[in-house]
Design a binder for this molecule. Structure first.
Ligand SMILES: [Zn+2]
Length: 89
């Protein structure tokens, strides 16, 4: 087994959106700067656009976690990579 899990590790790391860098862009008042408390505890739900789907591209094809179909493109669903047919859109 020479295959490594670097691809999935990369996807997990790349999932961290940097959209929250937008600080002080539209401050109407000149009140005190909003502290990190404004984003709440679960910032990830706010930062991820629901329209954006994380998918993995495997040029040689990879097996779907649900049906085992070997496809080039898989999407993440419940922490697994599944093919388009198994993905719940
Ligand atoms: Zn499938």
């Amino acid at each position: 087994m020479a295959e490594e899990t670097s691809l999935e590790d990369f996807l997990d790391a790349g999932d961290e959106s940097e959209d929250e860098e937008e600080s002080g862009a539209s401050a109407g008042d000149d009140t005190t700067e909003p502290e990190s408390e404004a984003s709440g505890s679960e910032a990830s739900t706010d930062a991820v656009d629901p329209a954006v789907t994380t998918y993995a591209w495997s040029p040689d094809g990879a097996a779907c976690a649900e049906c085992g179909e070997v496809v080039e493109r898989r999407w993440t669903q419940d922490g697994h990579l599944v093919c388009g047919a198994c993905k719940s859109w």
